[in-house]
Design a protein around this ligand. Structure first.
Ligand code: PBG
Length: 331
């Protein structure tokens, strides 16, 4: 004799068809931004040991990578420069020099693929001899000396054709400073995607390997957020909205799904999440050992970030996810 069970949630899971009917979240490649590491020179492709499958690429290889990603349906990209140590100084001079290779590559991408959406990274660290996101004086990161440099960096990037400026530095007041500088110079159509809640995380390790951008001394805890805090992320979000950010980002993603949800529920801007280098490395490493089913775990990871409330996901899996999605949809 069966017990009387009027509630049987399993009825909605009975077949692939009914599961399809009631599926609440779908992640299409439309929502992905693919980060690319770029370097100067010709015909260079330097694999990144801690990020299997990814490489630092010179312009020619980057253009090919963009073309492949676009063919798979990924149309948004963010660029990070790997800068030679000899070009770095305390005030990131190379980052504001209008003829640097980073800007040249951005121009090349936008002229070859005008329909691609291109986002920049604004912070001192790739160009800084201190490896910090701001100007360092006597061991301190000086907020207000950093702001004008960030604004200048944003201007040369807007001039190069970036669709969006991505301040990742976590200095106070930078979104407003950048918005003003862009508007004064006539770049009213250039967006700002703010790294709103960027945590002082151990999960950036492989990225710092890729760019050789780790801090030479100290850590980033006086400007990046404490992983213990969520309410503080709402304060950062309020400020960024008031200062004119077009999208708000949470970074990293996986350990911060609650922060993504909190921002989604209280902000009227699209929320982005950065599925960072360490999250990529963990999954790739487990897959290489045969300890995890990569083909299922990778989409599950991205879906969970989307389900938590991220409209936009920056992810190194972008191309692989897009290929998976096409296969799933029989294209
Ligand atoms: C630096 C920057 C970092 C990342 C993006 N921009 C590293 C850091 O703050 O030290 C990390 C991205 C990743 O780990 O994938 N401004």
């Amino acid at each position: 004799m069966n017990p009387y069970l009027p509630q049987r949630p399993r009825r909605n899971r009975k077949s692939a068809a009914v599961r399809g009917l009631v599926r609440e979240t779908q992640l299409t490649p439309d929502h992905l931004i693919y980060p690319l590491f770029v370097l100067d020179g010709v015909n260079k492709r330097e694999p990144i040991a801690s990020m299997p499958g990814l490489a630092r690429m010179s312009e020619d290889h980057v253009l090919r990578e963009v073309e492949e990603a676009m063919a798979l349906g990924v149309r948004a990209f963010v660029l990070f420069p790997a800068v030679e140590e000899s070009l770095k100084d305390k005030v990131a001079t190379y980052g504001v020099s209008p003829d640097n290779f980073y800007l040249r590559i951005a121009r090349a991408i936008k002229s070859r693929f005008p329909e691609a959406w291109l986002m920049s990274d604004v912070a001192l660290d790739p160009y800084s001899s201190d490896g910090h996101d701001g100007v360092v004086q006597e061991g301190q990161i000086i907020n207000d000396l950093t702001l004008p440099i960030l604004a200048d960096m944003s201007l040369v990037q807007a001039e190069a054709g970036f669709d969006a400026i991505g301040p990742s530095d976590m200095m106070d007041g930078r979104v407003e400073m950048i918005r003003e500088a862009l508007d004064d110079a006539g770049y009213t159509d250039t967006s700002i995607v703010s790294y709103t809640a960027k945590y002082a995380s151990a999960f950036y390790g492989p990225f710092r390997d890729a760019l050789e951008s780790a801090p030479k001394h100290g850590d980033k805890k006086t400007y990046q957020m404490d992983p213990a805090n969520r309410t503080e992320a709402l304060r950062e979000a309020e400020l960024d909205m008031a200062e004119g950010a077009d999208m708000l980002m949470v970074k990293p993603a996986l350990c911060y799904l609650d922060v993504i949800l909190a921002l989604k529920q209280s902000c009227d801007r699209p929320i982005a999440a950065y599925n960072v280098s360490g999250e990529y490395a963990m999954l790739k490493a487990a897959a290489a050992q045969g300890w995890i089913d990569y083909d299922r775990a990778m989409p599950e990871m991205l879906l969970s970030i989307h389900r938590a409330g991220a409209d936009v996901i920056l992810t190194y899996f972008a191309k692989e996810y897009a290929a998976h999605w096409r296969q799933l949809n029989g294209r």
